[in-house]
Design a protein around this ligand. Structure first.
Ligand code: AMP
Length: 579
């Protein structure tokens, strides 16, 4: 969107949010009138009536939809699920089950995404006026390989589909610092090196630094910490390092690189300073903001990111998923902890399953969805938490996305939501998501190695350690020896094997991310006897009722972490990637 085009985007947002109720009804009517005859809906629906839809169509998850998707993937016509022809699939990053999900894509879906991207940029451009002839975006972007399904239809992540689009490819050289080859590089470290190099070479033109998620920006900064000398050497000599062998990279580099010792010296001086606080501002002096999603589970990275980006706002612009496009941030300047997404009523038909907010801040999911009435978009209540349910033009009918959101207010007649949490996800370094059940299964597999040796795993919990790059999963294990054995007698090799066994037992997405070094080696920290009791004492001292105390599968509080960390008696790492 051109700078002067943002006003039409803002105008459209006004219209959409003002007429939210009427637009939602129209969206549902259109979806039902097109698809009521499909195999998936036929048994539940004969008309397009909203009340009949709400009464008869069940709330589903991906598992309910999978038989239809599998049939289409294997070559059956897509009209069993939706009337509009499918042009491909979006591949989700993999949620609690760990397996990436396939979501149908149609021409209408592609159009909606295009509109959504334009609308989401409008408030950002209004604030930062970031695009003109002489300005660029240094965005770290990584495509994932497309998968060809047996039906011949391709599956790609939402972002990869964007990078494949002709519009993006046309705008790329004008608006971004990264050449296309670096985005599609199979080796993410090569891609990252080159994207940082190109970003540094064009540093005086960069007005926006970012990536899709905050975790990737942080990864970029940490990579820079380890490679700035080499990057400066390349800038000084005007030659790309020899280990980058990709001919596409080398060609793009030869077009833009020429020896520039002055620039290299400037960058070297900046990177050589003791503290890297405000480093983004120093390296990219014209940058006005950092654009990346900082809400939800990604919030764990913001404190660290704020240190490097001090002086520049962190902007979380969108909330969307492979299943549905949802909301945009109308206040780009607000703090990550306060970000709300205003839902756009023309993107899907949205319903909300109420969830109970507990006084201690936790939320309790209603156990029986059938007994709970779903609330329409315009009828949600401020302060209340809901699980998102969507009906889309891509064949999802009353589909539970798995995200919990809290209503923070309204913009015109459209509600605004804060992202609360991904249902059941407890660990995530990047876009891989590990649930309590995934973790439990992996621990069960690994602890089986201890039993025959006369040791029992009595307690465990976990957290994501992001103090080093890449972040990694840490498990705290309290182990008891049978028959007077002390856990110090445990052979360290067995503990290393437990780490490996856990990684092998985790889901596919974890293994892929681990293989690509986006997630670091899993670590087990063995703690002294009684450590988990000390944790209970701490929680009770903070007001938790002892009878209601549930050992957390994942530690979120710094204090609780300190309690366990101060009792560690052994640290073990997985020696190799599970794939
Ligand atoms: P995927 O389908 O792989 O793109 O993952 C989508 C999921 O990422 C959503 O269902 C959310 O759990 C999470 N997500 C997307 N946008 C945001 C956001 N702005 N804040 C927090 N989590 C988000």
């Amino acid at each position: 969107m051109a700078t002067n085009g943002y006003e039409s985007g803002l105008k459209m947002i006004e219209e959409l949010t003002t007429n939210a109720e009427q637009i939602q009804d129209e969206v549902l009517r259109e979806i039902l009138s097109r698809n009521a005859g499909t195999e998936c809906l036929r048994g539940f629906l004969s008309q397009t009536d909203k009340q009949l839809f709400k009464k008869n169509v069940p709330i589903v998850t991906y598992e309910d939809l999978r038989p239809y998707i599998d049939k289409i993937v294997n070559g059956e016509t897509s009209d069993i699920l939706l009337a509009e022809p499918i042009t491909g699939f979006f591949l989700s990053s993999g949620t609690s089950g760990g397996q990436p999900k396939l979501m149908p894509v149609t021409a209408q879906v592609a159009k909606k995404w295009e509109l959504f991207r334009c609308l989401s940029e409008s408030p950002v451009i209004k604030h930062f006026h970031d695009i003109n002839q002489a300005s660029k975006r240094m965005e770290l972007m990584f495509a994932r390989p497309e998968i060809e399904t047996p039906s011949g239809l391709k599956a790609a992540s939402v972002s990869t589909s964007k990078y494949n689009g002709s519009k993006f490819r046309t705008l790329l050289p004008k608006l971004y610092t990264s050449p296309i080859e670096t985005i599609f590089c199979p080796n993410p470290n090569h891609g990252l090196y080159c994207q940082l190099l190109f970003g540094l070479i064009q540093r005086d033109e960069v007005v926006k630094v970012g990536s899709l998620f905050a975790s990737t920006v942080l990864r970029g900064i940490k990579f820079l910490e380890n490679h700035w000398q080499e990057l400066c050497y390349d800038i000084k000599t005007g030659r790309l390092s020899d280990w980058i062998t990709d001919s596409g990279f080398r060609n793009s580099a030869s077009l833009i690189m020429k020896p520039n010792p002055e620039q290299a010296d400037l960058i070297e001086n900046i990177c050589n300073c003791k503290s890297w606080e405000r480093i983004i501002r120093k390296l990219w002096p014209e940058a006005r903001y950092i654009c990346c999603i900082c809400t939800g589970i990604i919030r764990q990275y913001t404190t660290e990111l704020e240190f490097y980006c001090r002086g520049l706002p962190l902007v979380s612009a969108v909330y969307a998923c492979s299943e549905a496009i949802c909301g945009i941030n109308l206040e780009p300047l607000c703090k990550p902890s306060d970000v709300s997404y205003t839902f756009l009523p023309d993107m899907a038909y949205f319903e909300f399953l109420p969830v109970k907010n507990e006084p201690d801040g936790s939320i309790e999911m209603k156990s029986n969805d059938e007994d709970t009435e779903l609330v329409d978009l315009v009828n949600v209540k401020a302060g209340q938490c809901y699980e998102l349910v969507v009906t889309t033009c891509a064949g999802l009918y009353r589909y539970k996305v798995g995200d919990v959101l809290m209503v923070s207010g309204f913009y015109n007649n459209a509600p605004q939501f804060q992202f609360v949490e991904r249902k059941n996800v407890i660990l995530s370094v990047d876009q891989e998501k590990t649930s309590e059940t995934d973790l439990f299964k992996a621990v069960t597999e690994a602890k089986a190695l201890l039993d025959p040796l006369g040791f029992i795993l009595t307690e465990y919990t976990s957290y994501v350690d992001t103090s080093s790059a890449p972040g990694h999963y840490v498990l705290f294990w309290e182990i008891k020896g049978k028959e007077g054995k002390h856990c110090k007698e445990l052979d360290p090799k067995i503990m290393v094997e437990c780490c490996s066994r856990m990684e092998e037992s985790l889901h596919y997405t974890y293994k892929i991310y681990r293989k690509r070094n986006i997630v670091g080696a899993l670590e087990i920290r063995v703690v002294k006897q009684g450590s988990f009791e000390a944790l209970i004492d701490y929680c009770v001292s903070k007001g938790t009722s002892l009878s209601q105390y549930k050992k957390p599968s994942c530690i979120k509080s710094e204090e609780a972490l300190k309690i366990l960390d101060s009792r560690v008696i052994g640290k073990y790492f997985s020696p190799k990637s599970p794939l």
